[in-house]
Design a protein around this ligand. Structure first.
Ligand code: RP5
Length: 175
């Protein structure tokens, strides 16, 4: 899905390029649904002005929602949310000695009035952020809605196949 003015529908923002191996999971999902995205590094603490400028201009450029990942004292998603009324999906990243618990609490514990839809810590969270973004866009896009339904159906088939595989392993192990 590419919008008419070529602006990507989704912005993926991360606090550091070291977050890339996690945040790429969101990009993989968006690509699989043919949803255009842009990926940007900006930090709430190290580049506050750049972050504010990006967040406050995103809606005017045509971006529909933002996926924001950060680790440690992860204020990025909340700061971005404070600068725009676009939906913000937060991804806590396990990049510190506290293995993402710090980022989870910093991202999820927003004060009333400025929400951040916070996903799980790490790669699963980034993957789900991508799916959640597609779900939001699918509210006004029947093609995406159908693609989501097909994706769910494929997932169910894969689970059943794994169960079949397990029976074969049991038999091979004589159990
Ligand atoms: C956070 O600090 C970033 O989001 C990253 O997860 C973490 C470490 O950043 P680097 O020191 O690797 O740049 O702001």
């Amino acid at each position: 899905m590419q919008q008419e003015n070529n602006t990507p529908a989704v912005g993926i923002l991360m606090g550091s390029d070291s977050d890339y191996p996690v945040m790429i999971e969101a990009a993989k999902i968006l690509k699989s649904f043919d949803v255009a995205y842009e990926m940007v590094v900006s930090s709430a603490h190290r580049s506050p002005q750049r972050t504010a400028e990006y967040a406050s201009s995103a809606a005017d450029r045509g971006v529909k929602l933002l996926i924001v990942g950060a680790g440690a004292a992860a204020h990025l998603a909340g700061v971005v949310a404070s600068e725009t009324t676009l939906p913000i999906v937060g991804v806590p990243i396990d990049s510190s000695a506290l293995q993402g618990m710090d980022a989870l609490l910093a991202t999820v514990q927003m004060p009333g009035g400025i929400p951040v839809a916070t996903m799980a810590i790490g790669k699963a969270g980034a993957m789900n952020a991508g799916i959640f973004a597609v779900q939001i866009l699918a509210l006004s896009d029947p093609v995406l809605k159908k693609a989501l339904e097909e994706s769910r159906a494929r997932m169910a088939v894969e689970v059943a196949l794994k169960s079949d595989g397990l029976q074969q392993r049991l038999a091979a192990d004589g159990l």
